[in-house]
Write a protein of this length. Structure first.
Length: 120
């Protein structure tokens, strides 16, 4: 699903499809954020050697590298569904405020993302 979304993003960029680009970038960013590992407590050093210039900084080869979480296909589908639901809810709210143009764009973005969800 992610590979197809990335390919569609490339296609949308080439076609200058602003709605699809916005929707796909947002969804891929949401997945990327979900894969990020939470940062441990900011005050502790976690037993690592600290740098002399920045308190709590880790030093050494690979100090900035952290394993990312591996999301299941179900996790990714749930994230994309949440993105769709968020856009549809926002469209309803914006339309109630008299901004039909913005609501239509949000619905179009939701439609782009729905094409990437499995049927069912």
């Amino acid at each position: 699903m992610l590979d197809a979304s990335r390919q569609d993003l490339t296609t949308a960029l080439r076609a200058r499809d602003a709605v699809a680009v916005s929707a796909l970038r947002s969804a891929l960013a949401a997945v990327g954020n979900a894969e990020a590992v939470p940062v441990p407590d900011a005050g502790g050093t976690g037993g690592a050697t600290v740098g002399e210039h920045v308190a709590g900084a880790r030093v050494g080869l690979g100090a900035g590298e952290v394993e990312r979480r591996v999301l299941s296909e179900g996790d990714v589908v749930a994230l994309v569904r949440a993105e769709v639901d968020e856009r549809l809810a926002a469209a309803a709210q914006v339309e109630a405020l008299g901004r039909a143009d913005v609501a239509e764009r949000l619905r179009a973005e939701a439609a782009v993302l729905q094409r990437h969800l499995p049927a069912g």
